[in-house]
Design a protein around this ligand. Sequence first.
Ligand SMILES: [Fe+2]
Ligand SMILES: [Fe+2]
Length: 172
Amino acid sequence: MLSKNIETALNNQIKIEAESSQIYLAMACWAEIKGLEGIANFMYKQSDEERDHMLKLVKFVNERGGHAQIYALKAPNVMFKSFKEMFQKLFEHEVFVSESINELVHVSLQEKDYATHNFLQWYVSEQIEEEAMARTILDKINLIGDDKGGLYLFDRDIQTLTVNTASTNGSE
Ligand SMILES: [Fe+2]
Ligand SMILES: [Fe+2]
């Protein structure tokens, strides 16, 4: 059984993962209408992954005797000044999610809920990877600067980056 505190904390994380999915979906749309097909595909895939993160939590809560809550979501940003700003936002959002996972791990230890603590380790590793990926992307963007040819290559190469991440993650 989940304690009330843990159930509330996990439900809050369900909302955060659902919002992450919407945030990246909005980014995918922005990239798509700007003709940045590679970036759009990358964002669509990120959005799907966040939905998977959410579902994994939903099932865990329900299987452990809790009731997963499907809350109303905050509307995401739909416009961006540049693709650089968009990826900066993605990075900041992943840092925020990592902090929220850390807090959740902290609550699981306080509640002496070792099953939840164990379950959350997957999210801890996932956040390390996602933050690292966002950092790598920002480094590349800083190298490109305002070079249009660079953006063209970046839009093409970001798809390979997605494939690489997917293959290193195995089941991801
Ligand atoms: Fe996530
Ligand atoms: Fe994420």
